[in-house]
Write a protein that binds this ligand. Structure first.
Ligand SMILES: CC(C)(COP(=O)(O)OP(=O)(O)OC[C@H]1O[C@@H](n2cnc3c(N)ncnc32)[C@H](O)[C@@H]1O)[C@@H](O)C(=O)NCCC(=O)NCCS
Ligand SMILES: Nc1ncnc2c1ncn2[C@@H]1O[C@H](COP(=O)(O)OP(=O)(O)OP(=O)(O)O)[C@@H](O)[C@H]1O
Length: 198
């Protein structure tokens, strides 16, 4: 079974595109969900994160307060680097396993790996094609601010913590422009999917 690596900057529309691909018959592996699963209470990642960031980042139930941790790491490059060092090797291993599990089941038309950091984490090496969702900078800032209820400055900080779009473009086999409405995006995705799945 072929694997599509779906990537793009924060709030570019990856989840929106992957929902559509799911309807069309793909199974989706979401790297953000994997990143949540590998740091629940009691895991190796959890222990190392608490050791480095302190108990202040925990909620009352002892789980990691992701909003708090996000606010810390997206404002401090060194701390983000540390969080990445702790989590990325574990996320990569878990994604590899998930791809293998889906390959064995062989129930869907394709596997979609939805990962904002597909290039940064070198996950693109595991996929057959890279699809990049792009959005113009103004629209991206607006969507981040609205969806995540962030200030302009915080939205910019998050966008800047990722690889610049022109760098990502070098790795892309196909580019989905999501600066316009849902319909315009759907049209492009349908065309790419028809070519891919037939
Ligand atoms: C910082 C954390 C706690 C914030 O959690 P939160 O639930 O608020 O956000 P969520 O995980 O859903 O991520 C939302 C978006 O933020 C961006 N983002 C997440 N992690 C990173 C990172 N390490 N570097 C740059 N951007 C990131 C992505 O665009 C992602 O889609 C969380 O993102 C995290 O643990 N990140 C480290 C693991 C990681 O790199 N995950 C992304 C795998 S592709
Ligand atoms: N074409 C569009 N027109 C208007 N709003 C859109 C469009 N595509 C996506 N959005 C909205 O923009 C926001 C970001 O989209 P989405 O959550 O799919 O991005 P993402 O790339 O998965 O984000 P992240 O990297 O944070 O996981 C959402 O609120 C979504 O509803």
């Amino acid at each position: 079974m072929q694997v599509i690596g779906l990537t793009g900057g924060i709030a570019s529309g990856k989840s929106t595109v992957s929902k559509l691909l799911k309807k069309m018959g793909a199974v989706v592996i979401d790297a953000d969900i994997v990143s949540r699963e590998i740091m629940v209470k009691g895991t190796e990642a959890y222990n190392r994160i608490v050791e480095y960031f302190g108990k202040e980042i925990l909620k009352e139930d002892g789980e990691i307060d992701r909003k708090k941790l996000g606010n810390i790491v997206f404002a401090d490059r060194k701390k983000l680097k540390k969080l990445n060092e702790i989590t990325h090797p574990i996320i990569i291993e878990r994604i590899k396993e998930k791809i293998e599990e889906e390959r064995k089941k062989n129930q869907q038309k394709a596997i979609v790996l939805d990962a904002a950091l597909l290039i940064e984490m070198k996950l693109y090496k595991m996929v057959d094609e890279v699809w990049l969702v792009v959005v113009d900078s103004k629209t991206q800032i607006k969507r981040v601010m609205e969806r995540d209820k962030l200030s302009y400055k915080d939205a910019i900080n998050r966008i800047k913590s990722q690889m610049p779009l022109d760098e990502k473009m070098k790795y892309a086999d196909f580019i989905i422009n999501n600066s316009k409405d849902f319909k315009a995006m759907e049209k492009q995705v349908t065309l790419f999917w028809e070519r891919f799945a037939t």
